[in-house]
Write a protein that binds this ligand. Structure first.
Ligand code: NAD
Length: 265
């Protein structure tokens, strides 16, 4: 895709799942990638090896940070910029979820999820904006949202609220910084085969249940989500800002209306 060669990209939560696929895809496109990870250095080093193997001549570095901690985020940006020289693209990918009936959610658990999934994305975006503005350069911010930015998710209230908030984070920052040449967009995946979904991936009954709700009849591979991020960061998407592209196999199309039950036919 046009415009990604030699761009410098920071991907949060990039040692596993969709983030890892995003890091590899950007490297395939010729970009240098800073891989943020939370704790598991071995996993991050394995991701870095895959990134380096994706294309000759690209650079990568590991930056450890908990995106719920403001000081960590500042250090992460300083380290990524020191290693790569500058940043052109931020991908806010790190995210967590925790199932719990809404009336039983503890305040600390609610706060934890919002502080990673929404506040963390905002704080990273803020650091990226400061960097882009200080350089006087164009930049791209991409958020990994979810179909649950628009579809309610019982028992995952704080996750769904965070992703809904991410919708407005995307739109508000896009509007506020459009005149500076900074584009802000999001991807809204449906069900993707990653560690976050370990509850159903290897359980045929649970997986069948998930698949029965997806119009395309299957979950996505992480690479099918990563390609949308690469597109949105590239010059192919140069006139797109403030949008969420749903890569969800049709989940946002009200699948219960596949048959015309509502009109009695
Ligand atoms: P995953 O668990 O493999 O990835 C999440 C990553 O975030 C992990 O690498 C984890 O270490 C990292 N992380 C968690 N807390 C962090 C913190 N405080 N600081 C830094 N990193 C942290 O699962 P995934 O499916 O690849 O999830 C990636 C993103 O995709 C999440 O934002 C998730 O909400 C979103 N998403 C996933 C799906 C899906 O079906 N898998 C669907 C929609 C959206």
């Amino acid at each position: 895709m046009r415009g990604l060669e030699q761009k410098n990209v920071l991907v949060t939560g990039a040692s596993s799942g969709i983030g890892r696929a995003i890091a590899i895809r950007f490297a395939q496109e010729g970009a240098n990638v800073a891989i943020n990870f939370l704790k598991d250095r071995e996993e991050a080093e394995a991701a870095a090896r895959e990134v380096l193997a994706a294309r000759a001549g690209i650079k990568t570095c590991l930056v450890q940070a908990d995106v719920s901690r403001e000081d960590d985020i500042k250090d992460m940006f300083a380290n990524a910029i020191a290693e790569l020289g500058s940043l052109d693209v931020l991908v806010n990918n790190a995210g967590i979820q925790m199932p719990c009936p809404s009336h039983e959610i503890e305040a600390k658990d609610f706060d934890r999820i919002v502080s990673v999934d929404l506040r963390g994305a905002f704080l990273c975006a803020r650091e990226a904006l400061r960097h882009f503005l200080a350089r006087g350069a164009r930049g791209v911010i991409l958020n990994n949202s979810s179909v649950h930015q628009m579809i309610p998710k019982p028992k995952y209230l704080s996750y769904a609220i965070s992703k809904s908030g991410m919708d407005n984070l995307t739109k508000t920052l896009a509007l506020e910084y459009a005149a500076h040449g900074i584009r802000v967009n999001a991807v809204g995946p449906g069900a993707v085969v990653t560690p976050i979904n370990k509850a159903w991936i290897d359980n045929p009954k649970a997986r069948g249940e998930v698949e029965s709700h997806i119009p395309m009849g299957r979950p996505a591979a992480p690479e099918e989500i990563a390609s949308v991020f690469a597109f949105l960061a590239s010059d192919e998407a140069s006139y797109i800002t403030g949008q969420t592209i749903f890569a969800c196999g049709g989940l946002t199309l009200y699948p219960e209306f596949r048959t015309a039950w509502a009109s009695g036919e």
